[in-house]
Write a protein that binds this ligand. Structure first.
Ligand SMILES: C[S@@+](CC[C@H](N)C(=O)[O-])C[C@H]1O[C@@H](n2cnc3c(N)ncnc32)[C@H](O)[C@@H]1O
Length: 299
């Protein structure tokens, strides 16, 4: 990607601004950079297994034992892979009810178990029910601006009952290290996408602070390195990352925006990225955040 594609001339900048403003208007209904289609279903389900393994197989916050009557919310559930896995891990008559919510029902499973309830809804408009023992949310990095993140955390806080738990996993969306041969292009692609969509791909660096500002206590952060290369190391992870970029490309194309990259240029970009990751030590980081809503009288 050339500099001129990034620092475009005034007309293009003004078009980008209009695009951003249109996106901002739509933001109340949610904005998400990836398409929700069948390849994406497969990618998310495979990713679930690898993220679970990255965190030693744990699905729930350490110290939380779900009990009969507890309600759990999986916000931005996608295919519901996390919620279905939690349901499978509980005894058949556990009495735990799981709400799986997403802005679209496109990836919902056909026949979920009776204690997992799928519904469409926007996290940013979640009702302040104060009923959930646990709210889980994973990988909304490609959906929210900084303002959205603050609103999201306020909504999740209000959905929890006092003493309830928040568990989130988010990714640092930028591939490391910065010394990869095409690192400048990866950064430029992220910046271009941020400019067009208003999404903040660097949010993970601020989430701990925003969680605290939302009123949560006992905030803990567990950062794990997710290898992408070289060679066989991280092969599935890097294929997943590349497929995720493909899902961004399909979403943007469906919206009539090729991000200034022809199909040939895109294919070259993807090939350069695959070559870098396969040949060099490279990684992403996944950040798990655990926190609790204080009970009245807590400091
Ligand atoms: C990267 S996927 C992650 C799905 C799932 N949490 C997982 O880890 O497999 C992000 C999901 O968030 C959903 N989403 C995006 N914006 C949303 C919003 N404002 N409210 C609810 N869901 C949203 C998308 O439709 C998508 O299914």
């Amino acid at each position: 990607m050339s500099d001129s594609q990034l620092h475009s001339h005034p007309e293009a900048q003004s078009e980008e601004k209009v695009g951003r403003e249109e996106k901002e208007e739509k933001r109340g209904e949610g904005t998400y950079a990836l398409v929700s289609d069948e390849p994406e279903r497969a990618r998310l389900d495979s990713q679930h297994e690898r993220v679970k393994a990255l965190f030693d197989g744990s699905l729930l916050p350490a110290g939380l034992q779900l009990q009969s009557g507890d309600r759990v919310l999986d916000a931005g559930t996608g295919t519901g892979n996390w919620a279905l896995d939690v349901a499978r891990s509980l005894p058949p008559s556990s009495g735990v009810s799981i709400d799986s919510m997403d802005i679209t029902d496109r990836l919902f499973p056909a026949s979920p178990p009776p204690n997992v309830h799928f519904s469409t809804g926007n996290i940013l408009a979640l009702p302040p029910s104060g009923t959930y023992t646990l709210v889980h949310q994973r990988f909304l990095t490609a959906a929210f601006s900084a303002a959205d993140w603050r609103a999201c955390l306020a909504r999740l806080y209000d959905a929890l009952k006092p003493g309830g738990w928040l568990r989130m996993e988010e990714m640092r969306a930028f591939i490391q290290p910065a010394t990869l041969p095409h690192a400048g292009e990866f950064l430029a692609f992220g910046a271009l996408l941020e400019g067009v969509t208003g999404i903040n791909f660097r949010a993970v660096d601020n989430i701990e602070q925003w969680v605290r500002e939302a009123g949560f206590a006992d905030v803990q952060v567990d950062v794990r390195r997710w290898p992408l290369g070289p060679g066989e190391e991280g092969k599935e992870n890097r294929e997943g990352v590349m497929q995720g970029w493909g899902a961004v490309r399909r979403a943007m194309s469906a919206a009539g925006n090729d991000l200034g990259m022809s199909d040939a240029r895109w294919a070259q970009f993807m090939s350069d990225a695959a070559g870098d990751l396969e040949a060099h030590e490279s990684w992403l980081t996944v950040h798990a955040f655990t926190a609790r809503k204080p009970v009245a009288g807590d400091a």
